[in-house]
Design a protein around this ligand. Structure first.
Ligand code: EPU
Length: 423
């Protein structure tokens, strides 16, 4: 198992090029199941989550090929397979998003019910409610969910006691594109990744309006055709590097991004005293003379609120801020495993229900730490960049799920970081 070793305290400098968005690419790849013809995707990141979904799609009859320039070409060549078995789906929760496309294009979709998740309780009741509302008959047997029957369309209220659901919206909107009638999805997620999926589907001939709002209107069409599409940049990867730049008080430009997808993150960093210059496709952190940041509070919320996927990285930043900050997790109230690992580096953090209270300290000290999930690992790397001495992040496979060559990108801007392979 690989580890990442980082020696903290170095000032960074330079330009980091951000990759395509993992969470936009995943549902777009699933949508290929519904398309008749070839889809050419640009800016799909090279990540293990992407490889895992491609493997699942291959077993569902999708042929894919990565060209020398990185473009991914895909085509659903066998449209008779309707089952996504447990052994495949358990490798990645997000693969549950194949259910809507399988049902809509192949008449029936059978997908293993996703199991537990380290970041907290992650039910799929809203996916089921949404698919039912547009005509699906849902059966649950032997740990599998089967969606069958005609896709009729209808009115869907996709809320519950929680906020919106990103992949639930993706599942319903995809199926609705091939419905016999019209669908109104109320309380739809408006994350940039959902918007990108909808724009992609429209490029394939779907008729979706209201994109970027909480109400999506979908007029069913008979078929979807192939297209060429460029996946949006990864706002979470961008935010992670910005946290690293601010934490180390470094002159770093995060490039190839959509700053308009991350106003909340930019706002919170500026509130903490970061000097950020914002361009059309980049954000630059300008070092300050004193090099200190101030504690600010954040509450994670659905878009356009502060993303839960940047909570751990922001907590690492707050660990060295002046003052006390309160981080409240409203999307996954249990997503705090990284807090105990940050404490091993000298951070002063205590939990109070869905909140963490962080008392900033001037110095963190390197130590071996354990990555528990993708974003927790990213938070530990950010902390390692400023901790005195050496931090060794174990179970790096988590980070490879969502960050393309993170140690190489950090080396490129001057970090003292390396990947250590074992066995
Ligand atoms: N929820 C329900 N019922 C459902 C679905 C969700 O109650 O049927 C609840 C969840 O328990 C959670 C909230 O709704 O409290 C939001 O969950 P959502 O469904 O939006 O999450 P997701 O679609 O499964 C995606 C991302 C996550 C990201 C969340 C929230 C992908 C592949 N995953 O998950 O990304 O944290 O949205 O923004 O898009 C990551 O990249 O590290 C990651 C975990």
């Amino acid at each position: 198992m690989d580890r990442i070793r980082v020696k903290g305290g170095r000032e960074l400098g330079g330009v980091v090029q951000i990759s395509g968005s993992k969470n936009a690419a995943l549902p777009i790849l699933a949508a290929v199941l519904m398309v008749d013809g070839v889809v050419r995707l640009k800016n799909v990141p090279r990540l293990t989550d992407i490889d895992n979904l491609l493997r699942i799609l291959q077993l569902l009859g999708v042929r894919s090929h990565r060209a020398a320039n990185g473009d991914l070409e895909l085509e659903a060549v066998d449209k008779t397979i309707r089952d996504a078995p447990y052994d495949l789906v358990r490798t990645m929760r997000a693969s549950f998003v194949v259910l809507g496309p399988l049902w809509a294009r192949r008449g029936t979709g059978r997908v293993s019910y996703p199991g537990g998740c380290v970041i907290g309780h992650r039910p799929v009741d809203l996916h089921i409610k949404g698919l039912r509302a547009i005509g699906a008959r849902i059966d649950q047997n032997d740990g599998y969910l089967t969606a069958s029957g005609p896709v009729r369309g209808g009115v869907v209220y996709l809320g519950g006691h929680q906020g919106c659901t990103v992949l639930g919206t993706a599942n319903v909107v995809m199926a609705a594109t091939l419905a016999k009638g019209k669908t109104w999805i109320e309380h739809a997620a408006m994350e940039p990744e959902v918007q990108d999926l909808c724009h992609f589907l429209n490029a394939c001939g779907a008729k979706i309006s209201g994109i970027g709002s909480h109400c999506l209107v979908v007029e069913g069409v008979d078929r979807l055709h192939g297209c060429e599409w460029t996946v949006i940049p990864d706002r979470i990867e961008a935010g992670t590097f910005l946290c690293g730049a601010v934490a180390t008080n470094s002159n770093v430009t995060v490039a190839g991004i959509r700053p308009d997808h991350m106003w909340c993150v930019i706002d919170r960093l500026q509130a903490a005293g970061a000097q950020l210059e914002v361009g059309d496709t980049w954000v630059r952190n300008v070092p300050t003379r004193h090099g200190r940041i101030t504690s600010v509070d954040i509450t994670t919320l659905p878009y356009p609120g502060f993303p839960t996927d940047l909570q751990a990285q922001f907590m690492a930043l707050m660990a060295r801020a002046d003052g006390v900050s309160v981080i409240t997790e409203k999307v996954y109230p249990e997503r705090f495993i990284h807090a105990s690992e940050l404490v091993r580096l000298g951070a002063r953090i205590r939990r109070e229900g869905p909140s963490a209270i962080i008392e900033g300290t001037e110095q963190l000290t390197g130590a071996p730490v354990m990555a528990s999930d993708l974003r927790a690992s990213a938070g530990l790397v950010v902390a390692g960049l400023v901790a005195r001495g050496q931090t060794e992040v174990r179970r790096v496979y988590h980070i490879d799920r969502g960050y393309e060559r993170i140690e190489q990108k950090l080396q490129h801007i001057g970090a003292d970081i390396e990947r250590v392979s074992e066995g």
